[in-house]
Design a protein around this ligand. Structure first.
Ligand SMILES: *Cc1c(COP(=O)(O)O)cnc(C)c1O
Length: 385
């Protein structure tokens, strides 16, 4: 689990470069492909959450290696949050191991008695999401510490959570347990980013029917937090918006992308009308065209399913992908943008090229692209506002 940070080095330029798959690189070495994480952007986005719900406590979702931005770097960038949430015990332990004393919430995970003891000792908040995990807690009165429990309701998503008919009974049992020092009631939305869906209203009514107003409630992910003021309750759980992607395009929240994925142009060539580009000859030039080959591919985490037409930023221009994505390269039709030269930098996603747009073209969501950049891609962590 110490994966991402095993090879952290401070380069001459002061930037942190790490890459677990190959020896550490230094910033003066030219890289074909690079991932830049801007901690200042994450801090800015956290401040936007604070502005939206100044009365809520913020549980910053940093699961999946901080949505691909690096677990520890992200944890430090959101130090002003009221807690950090991860999916796995190993991730939570990695935070403590790095000296992070903040409140850490372990989301729905498989816990046995030994794991729960570890949670007590490390003061991790845990999610109790089913009868078995509740009984595990209730079976003993001699846990090596107190327990802060987030009791999860299945309000309709049917993934994790107690059904409404047993939720209140389990809550009362946990409430009477002498070592349960805090209880939070939580649920998760399935369609918060779809304003037209009535599922969100249905889930909220289900929650409100069993919720004890004396306890803090936690219902909002990023989309609910942005769109539904009634979801800005005791605790909010923003994820994707901390990384600068707004799940509700068109809503007025000032978010800044924290990840920039770049690669250099390896070759530029002219081809004639009717000539094909790439595997499977899936793209043919309709006219005399200039094709730039960029050194990034699905072996780096650029989505192979990105179709011809997917935008790539090169220089000041925006040019369409032409032909299939290869393992180590992509081909881009740069006929209509200012001249491109070998060595020029292309932005696959970042401040100029929204990751959500690339995800659309690839038939997926920004979350998958952000978490999917491979370990061989050198990383640079910067702090620039
Ligand atoms: C990941 C997650 C969130 C955050 O969702 P975003 O859409 O990224 O804001 C909130 N709650 C739970 C339980 C999650 O697993």
């Amino acid at each position: 689990m110490a994966r991402a940070d095993a090879n952290v080095r401070l380069s001459g330029g002061g930037a942190l470069i790490y890459n677990s798959a190959s020896p550490p690189r230094f910033s003066f070495m030219p890289t074909t492909v690079e991932l830049t994480i801007n901690l200042a952007a994450i801090r800015h986005n956290l401040a936007q959450v604070r502005r939206l719900c100044p009365d809520s406590r913020i549980m910053a979702m940093i699961k999946a290696d901080g949505y691909g931005h690096g677990l520890l770097a992200t944890a430090r960038a959101v130090a002003a949050a009221d807690g950090l949430a991860v999916a796995r015990l190993e991730e939570a332990l990695q935070l403590r191991h790095a000296g992070i004393r903040q409140r850490v919430l372990l989301l729905g995970t498989w816990l046995d008695q030994h794991d729960l003891e570890v949670c007590c000792r490390q003061a991790f908040d845990v999610v109790i999401h089913d009868e078995a995990s509740a009984q595990l807690v209730l079976a003993r009165n001699d846990w090596p510490g107190s327990l802060r429990i987030w009791l999860k309701l299945d309000s309709g998503m049917h993934r994790l959570g107690l059904p409404p008919d047993s939720f209140q009974r389990v809550r009362e049992q946990l409430r009477r347990h002498p070592q349960v020092s805090e209880l939070v009631e939580m649920m998760h939305f399935s369609c918060a980013d779809e304003p037209a869906s009535d599922e969100t209203g249905r889930q909220l009514r289900c929650f409100n029917a069993v919720h004890d107003p004396a306890l803090p409630a936690s219902v909002a992910n990023s989309a609910a937090l942005i769109r539904l003021p009634e979801c800005r309750t005791g605790w909010v759980r923003p994820g994707i918006m901390l990384y600068g992607d707004n799940p509700l395009p068109g809503t007025d929240v000032d978010l800044r992308p924290a990840m920039r994925f770049t690669a250099r142009v390896l070759a530029v060539r002219e081809i004639g009308p009717g000539e094909a580009v790439g595997y499977g000859v899936s793209w043919r030039a309709g006219r005399a065209s200039r094709i730039a080959t960029v050194g990034v591919g699905y072996g780096d985490g650029y989505p192979r399913h990105a179709v011809s037409g997917t935008p790539v930023r090169i220089g000041g221009g925006r040019a369409p992908l032409a032909g299939r994505v290869s393992m180590d390269s992509i081909t881009v039709d740069v006929t209509d943008i200012p001249p491109v030269a070998v060595g020029d930098m292309a932005e696959l996603w970042g401040e100029q090229q929204p990751v959500a747009e690339v995800a659309d073209y690839a038939g997926t969501i920004s979350y998958e692209l952000l978490t999917g950049v491979n370990a061989r891609v050198p990383r640079r962590v910067i702090d620039r506002s």
